[in-house]
Design a protein around this ligand. Structure first.
Ligand code: GDP
Length: 337
């Protein structure tokens, strides 16, 4: 059975009333590739924008198996018990191929998922990281407008997706393990540079002491990085997501970060910069889509493709030619209007 189409104001009212069904439907709407849905989605986003932004946005990354879902489940519980409303979102561009979407597995975070004060949404499907992260950003604003005041965005620590998450959060947390060979192995230096805190998980049982030692080593390693422009020195903490130890301390650290960044103006500056990037990203997305959907371009591409594949034609020269054709056809359209 197809559901009745909703109006823009029905979506907006549903979101503002924190109606979970409407939140889910609105997120499905922004994830839709249909041009008609996208037009409605744009209006819905415009309508809810003034109500968004009142949250702490936290990015969480780490290699598979480090304990991200266990951490998010119990950290999320800690948050709701302190009166927060928590939304959990994800960016996993690999989910398309592997079908193993993070947060997609229903057995994960069951406890938090059944809590009325929390909302969990799996990673949107998509062929490009840009598309996947744009959808997550919109889902984040929808959740904020619905009154969620903590947004946790999970991503797998294996590639570019953490840069995308960093570009939409206030605080970026890297989960790590002790004793995984050389202490800085496995995690790219670039990710250590962008994190606001490193948390060594599984600090329990026989792993308690190694975790404490690792904490010291990481803290020393972090001193080698230049100070951040916001004056924050990345912290190193230990926790046990399973035994729920160290979680309060992590929350205190994030609250302390928030207070300091609000006071020195970085909080708002960072978000302002993120909004500009968002604008640029969306311009690129719209241009690219309009380019590749252009009939003229499609025909030209089909014609030259064999010669590009064989190496007879220069991709650089042809790219410029195609862009010229595209801008010219757009220009003619404007002249006529
Ligand atoms: P993810 O792949 O990063 O989401 O990791 P999971 O949350 O699925 O956890 C991977 C495995 O590590 C599971 O078997 C968890 O039970 C276990 N695990 C997660 N956190 C802890 C912890 O704090 N201590 C211990 N001992 N095991 C943990």
């Amino acid at each position: 059975m197809t559901k009745k189409r909703l109006s823009v104001s029905e979506y907006i009212q549903g979101i503002l009333h924190s109606d979970r069904v409407m939140i889910s439907r609105a997120i499905t709407l922004v994830e839709s590739e249909l041009p008609t849905d996208q037009l409605i989605a744009e209006k819905v986003m415009e309508g809810i924008l003034p109500y968004s932004g009142n949250s702490i946005r936290i990015g969480i990354t780490g290699v598979p198996g480090v304990g991200k879902s266990t951490f998010i489940e119990n950290f999320g519980k800690t948050l709701v018990e302190k009166g927060h409303k928590v939304a959990v979102l994800a960016i996993d561009p690999s989910s398309q191929q592997s079908r193993g979407s993070i947060l997609g597995d229903k057995t994960r975070m069951e406890n938090l998922a059944s809590d009325k004060r929390a909302y969990i949404r799996p990673s949107p499907a998509g062929s490009t990281l840009g598309g996947v992260s744009a959808r997550t950003r919109e889902a984040m604003l929808i959740c904020e407008a619905a009154g969620f005041d903590v947004i946790l965005i999970e991503t797998v620590g294996v590639g570019q997706s953490e840069i995308a998450v960093k570009g939409m959060v206030d605080f970026f947390l890297l989960l790590m393990l002790a004793g995984a060979g050389d202490e800085l192995q496995g995690i790219k230096k670039g990710i250590i540079e962008i994190c606001d805190a490193m948390v060594i998980n599984k600090a329990d049982g026989a792993n308690f002491e190694p975790a404490k030692n690792a904490k010291r080593e990481y803290a020393n390693a972090l001193h080698l990085f230049p100070e951040k422009e916001n004056g924050w020195i990345p912290q190193v903490k230990t926790c046990s997501a399973v035994e729920k130890t160290g979680l309060d301390e992590i929350l205190e650290m994030i609250m302390d970060y928030r207070e300091r960044m609000l006071a020195n103006g970085y909080w708002e500056n960072n978000r302002a910069g993120q909004r500009i990037n968002w604008l640029h990203e969306h311009i690129r997305y719209l241009l690219e889509r309009s380019f590749f959907q252009n009939k003229n371009i499609k025909n030209h591409l089909d014609q030259i493709l064999p010669d590009i594949t064989s190496g007879r034609l220069s991709p650089i020269a042809k790219a410029r030619e195609l862009v010229d054709i595209f801008t010219k056809s757009k220009g003619e359209k404007l002249d006529r209007s």
